[in-house]
Design a protein around this ligand. Structure first.
Ligand code: GLN
Length: 486
């Protein structure tokens, strides 16, 4: 039995029946990390010793009959989430030595639930990117094909789940960063409704869009992780007070009688025919299971990319102003220099090219005289995009679509062409602009052997519907049970 490819559900059963211990499981995962990291590079920091100590504590808890479903399960955390005493770099040189004095709320909740934290996952710098090539610490490779990108920005996390170097991960999604890499790595990735999961301790990229969520090997596992991390947090004023439903119970609802909308505008020009075929085959499966598929229109879809690339950089330029060489992180103080020289030296040495590009784009869009024409206009169009969804959800229970227009591309292929890179998220970012929950789950492989995902988008706080549709699809197919030969 390959312990490293267990789902959370399977592992927690084995732990409960005392057939394995968390220490054994953790050791197996640490070995797997050793066997795969050189090729995959999913981790920026590995916390082996702490993990084994946490595993021992988990075993005691299990023996005492005080275990929950996540107790003793080894996981990895995207390096944009603060972890007390464990370096948190955001994939950036500017935070190379930053050790947070506190845990992000969601990390604290997972620790309370008994997580064994194996380490911190690689990512595009400050979560800006679609390939993990923008990490200051080197790219992650796709376990299905080491020449391919894993997607981004949570590429370290999705590659790790696919490679078996953790049982689950938590990533973040501002425009697609959980779903797009999940699609490219053949794993499940769920971006919850804006406000569903606390962002306290999530290093901000674009505050009106950022949301954290689970990356797992099955939809049931995603429900379990979401259950642990969702809910109101007084430390995050944008976290929603809505009650957290029983997500696991929702899994069994099935799709019979549900109406699923297929957005006409989501089969974009330039879409790889294999993606379209795979996703249409998935639609047929859902129909066989009793769902009714209807065409819907999201007429402002074409504006999504432009709106996102004004709003996200604008918010980023403001959020990233805090890295000034004074408060924390890198500080470069040129001899005989003044304060401005320090800002300049720190920021130009600390930030990589994509982050610099975003700061410039965003500062421009917010500057006096341009604010109305760019940020103001983009915010207005954002409302139109949100309204498109609201109207569609008057007719359908959920929306189904492709995740990304192509399977994973080759490493290096798009690094010099930011616009091509941005297009990778053209089908995911509207969901963030509208604040909706969205999930990617494995739907098949391209002829080249690279995974292709199916996206399910629900109305606000309808994670239960999204999970139910995903679970039904998963039970009727075996894509999620396939692993790369690594
Ligand atoms: N790829 C998109 C970007 O670069 C989305 C990133 C994300 O969701 N964090 O902004």
């Amino acid at each position: 039995m390959d312990l490293h490819y267990l789902t959370i559900t399977q592992a927690s059963d084995l732990l409960a029946r005392r057939e394995i211990s968390s220490v054994e499981l953790t050791r197996a995962l640490l070995q797997r990390i050793e066997a795969t990291e050189e090729r995959v590079h999913a981790y920026l920091t590995i916390t082996a010793e702490q993990a084994l100590a946490q595993a021992e504590a988990a075993d005691q808890r299990i023996a005492a009959g005080e275990a929950g479903p996540l107790t003793g399960i080894p996981a990895g955390i995207k390096d944009v989430l603060c972890t007390r005493g464990v370096r948190t770099t955001c994939g950036s040189k500017i935070l190379e030595r930053f050790v947070p004095p506190y845990d992000a709320t969601l990390v604290a909740r997972l620790r309370d639930a008994g997580m064994v934290m194996l380490g911190k996952h690689n990512m595009d710098e400050f979560a800006m990117g679609s390939s993990t090539e923008n990490s200051a610490y080197g790219a992650t490779h796709n376990p299905w094909d080491l020449a391919a990108i894993p997607g981004g920005s949570s590429g370290g996390s999705t590659a790790s789940v696919a490679a078996g170097s953790c049982l689950y991960a938590v990533g973040t999604d501002t425009g697609g960063s959980i779903r797009q890499p999940a699609s490219h790595c053949g794993v499940v990735g769920l971006k919850p409704t804006y406000g569903r999961v606390s962002r306290y301790g999530l290093v901000a990229f674009a505050s009106s869009l950022d949301q954290a969520g689970p990356i797992t090997r099955s939809v049931a596992d995603a429900a379990m992780v979401l259950q642990a991390i969702a809910g109101h947090d007084p430390a995050d004023s944008t976290s929603a007070p809505n009650q957290v439903p029983d997500y696991r119970a929702a899994l069994a609802r099935g799709v019979k009688g549900l109406k699923l909308g297929v957005p006409r505008e989501y089969f974009v020009e330039g879409m790889d025919p294999e993606v379209e075929q795979t996703v249409r085959r998935a639609f047929a499966v859902l129909e066989e299971l009793g769902a009714e598929l209807v065409e819907v229109s999201l007429p402002h879809t074409d504006y999504g990319l432009a709106v996102y690339y004004i709003i996200a950089p604008a918010e980023a330029s403001s959020n990233l102003a805090r890295y000034d060489g004074v408060k924390y992180g890198l500080s470069v103080r040129p001899e005989d220099g003044d304060l401005l020289d320090m800002y300049y030296a720190t920021r130009s040495q600390g930030f990589g090219p994509e982050v610099v590009r975003r700061i410039m784009l965003g500062t421009y869009a917010l500057s006096a005289g341009y604010y109305d024409a760019y940020y103001g206009k983009a915010s207005a169009v954002r409302t139109l995009l949100a309204r498109d969804f609201a109207e569609a959800f008057e007719q359908v229970d959920a929306i189904v679509s492709p995740v990304s227009p192509t399977p994973a591309f080759d490493l290096g292929q798009k690094v010099d062409d930011p616009l091509q890179m941005y297009l990778s998220d053209v089908l995911t970012l509207a969901c963030n602009l509208a604040g909706l929950p969205g999930m990617s789950l494995p739907a098949g492989l391209s002829q080249q052997g690279r995974p292709i995902g199916l996206q399910i988008i629900g109305p606000h706080f309808a994670e239960e519907t999204v999970l139910a549709v995903g679970h039904a699809f998963e039970r009727a197919t075996d894509h999620h049970q396939q692993h790369p030969s690594l």
